[in-house]
Design a protein around this ligand. Structure first.
Ligand SMILES: [Zn+2]
Length: 224
């Protein structure tokens, strides 16, 4: 997850967080923190879809991901983030379940984001609905123009995705942020790196990770 997420943040984090901030009137720093919350859920949801519809058949797993990306992941949205957000922000009843991709975990995630980021629940739901097509679009782009191909995307999701996130959204994403370290298994492996991603300070301009105490972003030079 670290790799795809890091790549996404570097490439689109600045633009996406700026647009999200201006569309919804939230701070850009907050918007930037939300990407590493929503993206792993999407990857986890795709992985679960692969398990449920593809089983252990490599081709069937790749087919399932393709089906979802073809339906919901247009790479072109990445060139029109502002327009995409404007359209989605107007939706009366956003569906954080994303059809069946996140299921009820999407609702729990909206709850958790609402309390973690101090935003109302409707806004949290919208954010999930707004960010999802961009993440799916970035996966489509990687598949089609990044030379990764169908099976490559399935392999990426296998490696970077963790569908257990969907079973314990609040626990996985927020327990450590709330100051409890009691479930130490969360500190290892994929989940450990996920938590590291969420807590990593980032440049509000370009999304690159920065160290505490840095005065300027090493990537884009913005004052921090
Ligand atoms: Zn920067």
């Amino acid at each position: 997850m670290a790799d795809f997420l890091e790549e996404f943040l570097k490439q689109y984090g600045g633009d996406v967080s700026k647009q999200l901030s201006s569309t919804l009137g939230i701070k850009q720093e907050t918007a930037l923190e939300m990407i590493p919350v929503v993206a792993p859920m999407i990857l986890g949801g795709l992985k679960r879809q692969m398990e449920q519809h593809g089983g252990s058949d490599e081709q069937a797993r790749a087919d399932r991901v393709n089906h979802i990306l073809n339906k919901y992941g247009r790479a072109s949205v990445l060139d029109h983030v502002g327009q995409e957000f404007q359209a989605k922000a107007g939706i009366r009843k956003p569906d954080p379940r994303l059809g069946g991709l996140l299921g009820d975990s999407g609702v729990q995630a909206a709850d958790a984001m609402s309390s973690r980021f101090n935003i109302d629940k409707g806004t949290a739901m919208k954010i999930i609905v707004m960010l999802a097509p961009l993440i799916l679009g970035a996966l489509s782009q990687k598949r089609d123009t990044g030379g990764v191909g169908q099976k490559g995307i399935a392999a990426l999701i296998d490696q970077d995705g963790d569908d257990q996130i969907l079973d314990d959204v609040a626990g996985m994403l927020f327990q450590r942020l709330m100051g409890s370290d009691s479930r130490s298994r969360k500190d290892t492996g994929v989940l450990g790196s996920l938590l590291g991603q969420i807590m990593q300070p980032r440049c509000p301009q370009c999304g690159s990770s920065v160290e505490k105490g840095m005065k300027f972003c090493p990537e884009c030079g913005r004052r921090l």
